[in-house]
Structures are given as structure tokens and as C-alpha cells.
Design a protein around this ligand. Structure first.
Ligand SMILES: *[C@@H]1O[C@H](CO)[C@@H](O)[C@H](O)[C@H]1NC(C)=O
Ligand SMILES: *[C@@H]1O[C@H](CO)[C@@H](O)[C@H](O)[C@H]1NC(C)=O
Length: 437
């Protein structure tokens, strides 16, 4: 689905059902979000409502009463970034909306751990993840931020239907998925595959293996980096958050005890593992469900359910140039091979001896749409939650077992490529500067 035909489809589908929609709207409290999406998608089809432009609509309906936190910071960075299209501008505006469900959960509980769920377009997975989150003990105490790479109606609907906690949606406004004929998407002048830029008179810089950029592939690392910068430094909801933030993906099943375990780990970390940088819900080995020992475990950073605080974020952000220049399109391998090693000492994370999260996805993040059949996962229903996984299963009196010299990507690895284009590297660096840090 391209950004061009998305609003069209949406419009057609909803027009036919217009009466239902309006009946629904009169019953359900209208979220500002819905109104803005509706109005702006109208606009994207070059429709004007009573002669109003999109900016008129936005300023009267939403953004004004939210304050200008991000907007004041955006103005200088925007001039440096690639030109935005209508959809991108609309999504930027949606990012300013307050969380939904504030009526149900008006206050976040003191000491809460914010949860960030980052997603692309695998609705069949997302449903499972959201359902697992709905069973997490303590979830109603916190804020769930969902960061979207691209705008997809089905994904959006799943998130909008959540009622178990405050939810804030953000959309990467410069996702390659939003641009069908210009950077950060593919532009007509781009080199392809292994083209020679001077001979072909095309634009692009090859990676270390001689290949030109692929927007679908680079979008992953761009999204992760944009999201990190935004949730730590660019949202008024989290700008002052002093505790941990937990990061999970659209194919991570979360156990009911995950949040309480994490809170306990956060409490224990300073005394039990002062050399740890982070907390994890799952072992770094993706196949492992934990050792089952009566002990906490410190090991290398994992990429399933990891949490850290602002001090650690500042250290990561400080290495923006390393992150953005490393020729690998995977954010996690980039972190292991460049950012963590630059901290000077081994980077450990603390976790319990039993997994509180499972990576269940069987296909790549960006194949979801094209290869639906390949991604249907019938093992989904088979994730067995034992009684031990329903309640907090970490003991505050346990010691810490440190796993040393584990195998895996480390300093010296050259990278898998896919991140050679100067434009991607520059965009990445601009994301690091967009909130004035
Ligand atoms: C908007 O930002 C400006 C400059 O940072 C500030 O002076 C002003 O009070 C802000 N307005 C609102 C409504 O927050
Ligand atoms: C954040 O975590 C790091 C690493 O665990 C720790 O050294 C630091 O004191 C923490 N910062 C705050 C403000 O709690």
C-alpha cells in the first residue's frame, strides 16, 4: 500500500458506511485523533471542507489546545529535513495529540515504567501482542506509546481499540513508507542495485558490498532511531520521565508478570548490578526461555523487551555519529558492534531466570504485507503461560550470576551493509539533533 492510495481506500470504505460511522460517532466519545485523521484524509484526496485548508482544520481541532512543546522545537529542525508531503505533515500533527483513555486512567502511578511498542505492518501479530499486554498485571498504571513506521489503517484500528491503559500513538513522519517518489522513499533519480552513479547519472552511495540503498530495509533503523530520540527528547508526555522506558516490538508476546518483574529489577539494579546498563524481559539468546535458576542473571544486552533510563539514553545519543555511520541496516547489530563497545566496559543487562517476553515472529519485519502466507503463525495460540509466569517470579534476595564472554556481534564486526547511502546517514544524524540535543 502506498501513501497515495491509502487515503483513497479509507475514504471509499468509510463513505459507503457513512451512516454507521456517524451513528457510532454519536455514541462513542469522539477522540480528537479520529477527527483529525478523518479531516486530513479528506484533505489528502484534495477535498476541502467548507473551503478550509488542512492547517486551518488542524489548528481549530487539535493542536492548539495541546500547547507548542514540540512545535517550537520542530521549527528549526524541519528546515534541515527532507521535504514533507501532506501525509507526513498530518502525521506530525497527530503526534501532538494527547494520549487516549485519559478519562479512564486520569493519573499515571508514581514510579511507572513507560512502555514503547514499535510497529510496522503485521496486524495479525499486533493483535496477539496487544492481547498479551491487556493481561499484564499493572499495565493500567502506565503509559503505552505506540510508534508506527508508516500509516496502516488496520494497525491504527487495533491500537485505537485499546482500553486497558493510557495510549499515545506516534508516527515516524519521515518513514520511507510515506514517500512514494522522493527520499526517504525511492526517488526516480536513485541508483538501483549495483549501478555506477557516474555512468548511470543516478543518485546514491554504495554500501561496502557495492549495493545501493533499499528504502524498505533502511526504514527499520531510521524508525528505531527516530523513535528513541522522540520518546526521550521530543514528547511532552515523557520529556520529564526520570525512570526506565521499556521497548517492545509488534511480535513480542508479553507475559502477565512482565511489568511487576521489571519494576522489581529496576529497584534491585543499583545494588545488585551496579555495572548493568539495562534490564531485560528475556534472555539475549532468542531461543532461550531462561535457565530457571534461583538467581538473577547479568548478561549481554538482548533485543527483546529491553529497558533503560535517561542516563543511558544520553550515553547512546552521545554516540549518534557512530550509530549513523555504521554500515549495517540493523539497529541492534549497530548497537552491539559500535555503540556499546564505545562505552569502554562490557555492557550488561539484568534479568530474571525465566523469560517474561517471547519473540514469536517468524518472518522479517518488512515482509509482512507481501508474504502474508509465509507469516501466518499457528504456533501463536500455543504460547503456554505457566502459573509461574502469571505472577512476579523474581526473588529480591537472589544473587546475580554474570554470564561473561558470550558469543555474538561485537566490536570489529564490519556490518551487513545496506546503510551506505550518505543521505541515510545524514538523515539519521539529523534525527539526533532534531530536539536540540
Ligand atoms: C509556546 O512557546 C513559546 C516559546 O517557547 C512560549 O513562550 C509560549 O508560552 C508557548 N505557548 C504555549 C501555549 O505553551
Ligand atoms: C540509570 O541507569 C544507570 C545504569 O544502570 C545508572 O548508573 C544510573 O544511576 C541511573 N540513573 C538514574 C538517574 O537513575
Amino acid at each position: 500500500m502506498t501513501s497515495k492510495n491509502m487515503p483513497l481506500l479509507w475514504y471509499r470504505k468509510h463513505r459507503i458506511k457513512g451512516l454507521d460511522v456517524w451513528r457510532l460517532l454519536s455514541l462513542v466519545p469522539i477522540t480528537l485523533f479520529g477527527v483529525v485523521v478523518f479531516l486530513v484524509l479528506y484533505h489528502s484526496k484534495n477535498e476541502k471542507i467548507n473551503g478550509l485548508s488542512v492547517s486551518d482544520l488542524l489548528s481549530t481541532h487539535s493542536v492548539d489546545n495541546i500547547g507548542n512543546f514540540s512545535y517550537s522545537q520542530f521549527s528549526s529542525y524541519k528546515s534541515n529535513l527532507p521535504k514533507q508531503n501532506d501525509l507526513s505533515i498530518m502525521l506530525d500533527s497527530l503526534n501532538q495529540l494527547p494520549p487516549i483513555n485519559m478519562d479512564l486512567y486520569p493519573k499515571l502511578v508514581y514510579g511507572h515504567i513507560v512502555i514503547v511498542l514499535y510497529v510496522h505492518n503485521r496486524p495479525q501479530y499486533l493483535k496477539v501482542v496487544v492481547d498479551s499486554l491487556s493481561r499484564v498485571e499493572g499495565i493500567s498504571e502506565t503509559l503505552l506509546i505506540v510508534s508506527h513506521d508508516g500509516y496502516f489503517d488496520e494497525m491504527n484500528k487495533i491500537i485505537q481499540s485499546i482500553r486497558f491503559c493510557q495510549v499515545k500513538q506516534i508516527f515516524a513522519p519521515l518513514s520511507p513508507h510515506l514517500f512514494s517518489n522522493s527520499f526517504p522513499g525511492v526517488s526516480p533519480s536513485d541508483c538501483k542495485d549495483q549501478d555506477d552513479p557516474t555512468k548511470k547519472r543516478c543518485q546514491g552511495t554504495k554500501d561496502q558490498y557495492g549495493n545501493h540503498r533499499s528504502p524498505k530495509i533502511v526504514s527499520l533503523k531510521h524508525h528505531w532511531w527516530w523513535m528513541m530520540n522522540t520518546v526521550w527528547d521530543g514528547l511532552k508526555e515523557t520529556y520529564h520521565h526520570s525512570g526506565h522506558i521499556l521497548f517492545i516490538e509488534e511480535d513480542h508476546f508479553i507475559f502477565p508478570n512482565a511489568y511487576r518483574n521489571l519494576q522489581l529489577l529496576a529497584q534491585l539494579e543499583p545494588a545488585k548490578c551496579p555495572h548493568c546498563y539495562a534490564l531485560n524481559l528475556a534472555p539475549s539468546g532468542v531461543k532461550s526461555r531462561g535457565e530457571g535458576w534461583e538467581s538473577l542473571i547479568a548478561e549481554r544486552m538482548g533485543n527483546v523487551g529491553y529497558a533503560f533510563n535517561r542516563t543511558v539514553w544520553r550515553k547512546i545519543h552521545h554516540k549518534a555519529n557512530e550509530f549513523c555511520s555504521f554500515d549495517d541496516y540493523n539497529w541492534d547489530i549497530t548497537m552491539w558492534a559500535t555503540v556499546y563497545p564505545s562505552f569502554g566496559a562490557p555492557v550488561y543487562t539484568l534479568r530474571g531466570p525465566r523469560s517474561s517476553a517471547i519473540h514469536f515472529g517468524k518472518c522479517g519485519l518488512h515482509q509482512g504485507h507481501e508474504d502474508k502466507a509465509a507469516c501466518v503463525v499457528d504456533s501463536l495460540v500455543n504460547i503456554d503461560i505457566e502459573d509461574l509466569d502469571r505472577v512476579k517470579n523474581i526473588n529480591a534476595n537472589w544473587g546475580v550470576h554474570t554470564l561473561e564472554n558470550q558469543p555474538g556481534y561485537k566490536a570489529g564486526f564490519k556490518g551487513w551493509g545496506g546503510w551506505g547511502d550518505i543521505r541515510d546517514r545524514n538523515l539519521c544524524r539529523k534525527f539526533a539533533n532534531m530536539y536540540g540535543y
